[in-house]
Design a protein around this ligand. Structure first.
Ligand code: FE
Ligand code: FE
Ligand code: FE
Length: 216
């Protein structure tokens, strides 16, 4: 930033500054993801991060295409926000030993990264559209879609397999969702059958009660 003048004068300047900010952030994420993969003991989570690492490599290239469309050299501008999010993630991961606690933590820490990216790409896409850069907006939208999908995938893994062990309300919600789910052979799963027989006596009691009311 200039000492006597302000560098961001127009919307176009703000847009380019935003591109440089996210270009720095994506490159920083590229360096941080292998550490998160290493800390994760859960196979599905590990694979998810590996997929996103490949996507991130492609997102960097996509941003380079956007810079080229504007006849600019791809250049990063230091982003203190992503530096802070990643530093915090590394600090927290460094304090955890238990693998189950680590998996839960890593998901939340990674989601902080995804949410930052979602806010930036959302704004950049809107600005590109407003400035008439339709092709750039399209490319930015592709990345935004990937960041949102990654965030949703992390939420799904947490709710389905990782958080339930420690969070009873989440486990209850997950059970409700799977209730009545059938196996490919059309049979109810053992868990749902067990649950049904467990709830049967309660239903009988209700029926008996209403029958008694009818007789009265
Ligand atoms: Fe990204
Ligand atoms: Fe930033
Ligand atoms: Fe991402």
């Amino acid at each position: 930033m200039g000492l006597f003048s302000k560098d961001i004068k127009t919307m176009e300047d703000l847009y380019v500054h935003g591109l440089q900010d996210i270009y720095y952030a994506e490159n920083r994420i590229l360096r941080a993801l292998p550490k998160m993969i290493e800390k994760t003991a859960d196979g599905e989570l590990k694979r998810g991060f590996q997929t996103h690492l490949k996507e991130t490599e492609n997102q960097v290239k996509r941003l380079e295409r956007v810079f080229a469309m504007h006849d600019r050299e791809a250049q990063g501008h230091k982003c203190p926000a992503i530096d802070g999010i990643i530093r915090e993630a590394e600090d927290v991961m460094g304090e955890i030993e238990d693998p189950a606690v680590m998996n839960t933590a890593v998901i939340a820490l990674a989601q902080a990264v995804e949410h930052y990216e979602i806010t930036r790409y959302g704004a950049l896409m809107a600005w590109a559209t407003g400035l008439g850069h339709r092709q750039s907006a399209k490319l930015l939208a592709e990345t935004l879609k990937e960041e949102k999908a990654t965030d949703a995938k992390l939420t799904a893994i947490a709710e389905r397999r990782i958080n339930p062990r420690g969070d009873k309300s989440t486990a209850r919600r997950a059970r409700k969702k799977t209730s009545g789910r059938k196996t490919p052979a059309g049979k109810k799963t053992t868990r749902s059958v067990a649950r049904r027989s467990a709830s049967r006596p309660a239903r009988k009691t209700t029926r008996r009660k209403s029958a008694a009311r009818r007789h009265a």
